[in-house]
Design a protein. Structure first.
Length: 314
């Protein structure tokens, strides 16, 4: 494949942006595969709450990087990057048309840009961090590495934990480790980011969650709990899952309260996603503001980019 970086199209967007529906329709029309970039879709049994493609959709379009781990298995952004990188290289070798779809911020960063990959984190360290509140961990990070702390939202527990893990394992400031290990990746990403304004984003999140409940999201959570998967595992510390589990544990008094909290947490997360897309990707995305009547236009634009640019040599 030569020394030139491989160009990869990535349709990205905040939760409830409609990216998965758009991606499915484009892939079906262009006979393309989809590589999912999502930190929760990798897990089995987590279908409704992650908005995973349905069995019917998977019959029509080939999806990669979903249902590859059990919820009690540790799977980091670094693990994902290694697996997805090997997969994508194989797809290029086979001449198989594909594009990446997702909103997983760390997973995108790990796959396409500079990212620190550590040895497996000792279980004792992971347990020690889990016992601390998020604000306690953030205060500790501010003390050991104020530079890295300024780059992370105070509520972004995953990235805070990751930074502290780097410090505990290497003995170095995370910001210095990232700077030293920065280098070139083998892929050249083309990010196309779709987003909605604040009002529409809230509405879409609310409707999306209500539909998930109608489809059996609570029953899906019950099934996970019966299998022994609970909040001990990072996979279940996800928007919606965490709230419904806390409701089943009696720590949230009513289903309505759990749903309301899940919607609020999801909306807050979408703000962090957009901030990440705007400020923390080395290669700046092409942003496209969504409206109710422009789904066909965005599909037309993406298909043009794929056919005339990204896939020109396929």
């Amino acid at each position: 494949m030569g020394d030139k970086n491989l160009r990869v199209f990535a349709l990205i967007g905040h939760t409830a942006s409609g990216k998965n529906k758009i991606a499915f329709e484009i892939a079906k029309e262009l006979n393309s595969s989809i590589v999912i970039c999502d930190s929760k879709k990798v897990y089995k049994y987590m279908d409704i709450g992650t908005a995973k493609p349905t069995p019917e959709m998977r019959k029509e379009v080939k999806y990669y990087m979903i249902d590859i781990k059990y919820p009690d298995e540790y799977y980091s952004a670094g693990n994902y990057a290694k697996d997805a990188e090997n997969l994508i290289i194989e797809l290029f070798k086979r001449g198989e048309r594909f594009f990446v779809v997702g909103g997983g911020t760390l997973y995108l960063k790990a796959l396409f840009e500079n990212f620190v990959s550590l040895p497996t984190v000792p279980e004792e360290l992971r347990r020690k961090l889990k016992e601390k509140e998020t604000h306690e961990l953030y205060e500790f990070l501010k003390k050991i590495d104020p530079v890295r702390a300024r780059e992370i939202h105070p509520n972004d527990r995953v990235r805070i934990e990751r930074a502290i893990e780097i410090y505990e394992i290497t003995g170095e400031k995370p910001s210095e480790v990232y700077r030293r290990e920065s280098g070139s990746k083998i892929f050249e990403p083309y990010y196309f980011c779709i987003y909605w304004n604040n009002k529409k984003r809230k509405e879409r999140i609310s409707k999306r969650f209500d539909k998930m409940i109608e489809k059996g999201f609570l029953e899906e959570v019950d099934n996970l709990l019966k299998k022994g998967y609970d909040l001990r595992y990072r996979a279940l510390d996800a928007h919606g899952y965490r709230d419904l589990i806390l409701y089943r544990m009696g720590k949230i008094k009513s289903l309505e309260s759990a749903i309301s909290l899940a919607k609020k947490r999801t909306y807050e997360y979408t703000k962090r996603q957009l901030n990440f897309f705007k400020n923390y990707l080395d290669k700046k995305p092409l942003f496209y503001k969504m409206e109710e009547d422009n789904f066909e236009d965005v599909k037309r634009r993406i298909k043009k980019i794929l056919k005339e640019g990204i896939w020109r040599d396929f």
